[in-house]
Design a protein around this ligand. Structure first.
Ligand SMILES: Nc1ncnc2c1ncn2[C@@H]1O[C@H](COP(=O)(O)OP(=O)(O)OP(=O)(O)O)[C@@H](O)[C@H]1O
Ligand SMILES: [Mg+2]
Length: 285
């Protein structure tokens, strides 16, 4: 299916584990994995190179000579070629590869990756050639998708757990914790989250670390905030309850934790590209 709307907004949350992408008529997700291998003489007399992304790249692991890499590490571009392949795949899966030239593309970045903002925008500009690229702190997406403007977001991703406070959609401060789903699973086990559960010991340690970081983070804030929980890790069985018990408070679980950043980035993109302007949302320079 291809899109008809000339002013499409495409939001791409390219995470360490999964790409989550959203446009006006659909959403898609696939692993942020990129793979290449040289074909054998039996497959191709010229022994050409083949590349793959997402689940197809994961399947390429059966070939001993396949090079399988993550395109994103801790929310940052790990390897440009791999990253370009996954953002192209996002546009393809959304059915908007042909119309991307007239679209606004909104990308999310971790709070601590502000220095990568321009480089990321340039990569997207060069390769997708959209009419506009905006890269913003990804956690704002969670707040926007929950129709909130002020709050503390805890986003449990694959490579990092991000804690970020916003006052009326302005970033106050943030903290990135190196423990996230990679801490809970070995290798690519996380791709099979439907049938694999993290070890209890690792989950207990993770919750203890997160509770500790949250207490430290909140001690630096000028006033209390409602806490919003998002990221695929928020869906790990028992995690939210265990954290609530540990900190003796109720958390606000995002309606759609996996997609909440992407949905919010999409929402922001539609507002920014409309003639009404950003309605009080201050975009970083
Ligand atoms: N329904 C679910 N139940 C349990 N775990 C889930 C579920 N959905 C996703 N996950 C887990 O969430 C993790 C990925 O989360 P997410 O997509 O938010 O990370 P990311 O954005 O790729 O990483 P980062 O933000 O660190 O760059 C994976 O480890 C996956 O196993
Ligand atoms: Mg993420």
């Amino acid at each position: 299916m291809s899109i008809q709307n000339q002013d499409e907004t495409v939001a791409i949350d390219a995470g360490t584990g999964f790409v989550k992408c959203v446009c006006s008529h659909m959403r898609a997700t696939f692993p942020s994995v990129y793979a290449t291998r040289r074909m054998s003489r039996w497959e191709d007399p010229k022994e050409g190179i083949v590349e793959a992304v997402g689940y197809e790249a994961v399947r390429m692991r059966v070939y001993p000579d396949a090079v399988v890499v993550r395109a994103v590490l801790e929310g940052r571009v790990a390897e440009e070629r791999a990253f370009v392949a996954i953002i192209r795949e996002a546009a393809r899966q959304l059915g908007c590869s042909d119309q991307i030239g007239s679209a606004t593309v909104v990308m999310g970045l971790p709070y601590g990756a502000a220095e990568h903002k321009q480089a990321l925008e340039k990569i997207v500009e060069r390769n997708l050639k959209p009419s506009r690229v905006i890269a913003i702190p990804q956690s704002i997406g969670t707040l926007l998708s929950e129709d909130a403007r002020t709050g503390l977001v805890i986003s449990i991703g694959q490579g990092t757990t991000e804690l970020m406070a916003f006052d009326d959609l302005k970033p106050v401060t943030g903290l990135s914790m190196p423990q996230a789903c990679d801490y809970l699973y070995d290798g690519l086990e996380y791709l099979e989250y439907e049938r694999r559960k993290p070890e209890k010991r690792r989950l207990d340690n993770f919750v203890a670390l997160l509770a500790n970081h949250l207490a430290e983070f909140e001690s630096k804030l000028a006033h209390p905030y409602e806490v919003y929980l998002s990221g695929g890790g928020a869906l790990i069985e028992g995690l939210c309850k265990q954290l609530e018990t540990k900190i003796q408070r109720t958390l606000h679980m995002a309606k759609d934790p996996v997609y909440s950043n992407a949905l919010g980035l999409y929402k922001l993109g539609t507002v920014v590209s409309s003639s009404e302007g950003p309605k009080g949302i201050s975009l970083p320079p």
